[in-house]
Ligand binder design. Structure first.
Ligand code: IPD
Length: 266
């Protein structure tokens, strides 16, 4: 990779994600509890989400003071460099709260509306995924490649659910229709890891309604650079409305089925 900006952004993102991952893995209090709730009583924040976001934003501000920041727990600055960091200090907060291992630190760097670099550190898996736009996706040193696309009926599909009651009821309806039509469905609890699982062939495809940019920015780049297509409703980019990721051959049938099921609205 010869682009000096992307090289620098990747090095900074890897270091920040590693520092935060170490803090979260080694510093998790045994009696960890909910510090606050956000959009609903089940949308929670712990003291460790806040501590990890603080660590990451302080680190980024020292290394790249001119950049903008957008963090799940409220960090928001407009920079002057044209680069913006999109940060989820703990993607999979409910898993982290319950000491389930599927949680990750997700950090993306974007410019001109494009994600240039994505890093997803999953410390309890001992794995860190990264991708640079145009330069492939990796888990450590291992290049990632999606699994060959199966038919929809043979596909193992990941998904997730939002925190609002009405949305969850709509998501349950979609699931009720889709489940008998695919190999099986997984709900891992971290969208960033789900997208990395598509990248490394542990899932055939993934979809979810209601994600925020910090949930999917890094993971979607990793999935794309591993050969997946990503998007939303037919013709639209991945967004909070709908995020779909799968290899060509599965992407379109999955996207079409989700469209027919109205998976993009509550
Ligand atoms: C959540 C996770 C989960 C997904 C939710 C997200 P958070 O992120 O990615 O898998 O289903 O929609 O909000 O709240 O743990 O950062």
């Amino acid at each position: 990779m010869k682009d000096p900006l992307k090289t620098e952004l990747l090095a900074v993102a890897l270091e920040a994600a590693t520092l935060a991952g170490d803090l979260l893995r080694d510093g998790r209090p045994a009696d960890l509890s909910v510090a606050a709730t956000k959009t609903s009583p089940i949308d929670v924040v712990t003291e460790m989400d806040l501590a990890a976001e603080k660590l990451i934003t302080t680190f980024l501000a020292e290394r790249r003071p001119q950049d903008g920041l957008l963090g799940e727990e409220g960090a928001s600055t407009v920079g002057s460099s044209g680069v913006r960091w999109v940060i989820d200090p703990i993607d999979g907060t409910v898993n982290y709260l319950y000491d389930l291992p599927s949680w990750a630190v997700s950090i993306a760097a974007e410019a001109d509306g494009e994600t240039l670099v994505g890093v997803v550190a999953a410390p309890m898996r001992g794995e860190t995924y990264h991708a640079v736009l145009g330069a492939g996706a990796y888990c450590g040193e291992r290049a990632l490649r999606v699994r060959p696309a199966p038919s929809l009926g043979q596909a193992l599909i990941g998904t997730g659910f939002g925190y609002l009651t009405e949305r969850r009821a709509a998501q349950a309806e979609v699931l009720r229709s889709l489940l008998p039509e695919v190999r099986d469905i997984r709900r891992g609890g971290s969208a960033a890891i789900d997208l990395c699982d598509v990248a490394c062939g542990r899932l055939d495809g993934y979809y979810e309604r209601g994600l925020n940019p910090w949930d999917f920015a890094a993971g979607a780049l990793i999935a794309r650079e591993a050969g997946a297509l990503t998007g939303g409703r037919p013709g639209a980019a991945a967004s909070g409305e709908l995020t779909v990721a799968a290899p060509a051959g599965l992407f379109e049938p999955l996207q079409q089925r989700l469209e027919a099921l109205g998976a993009w609205h509550d």
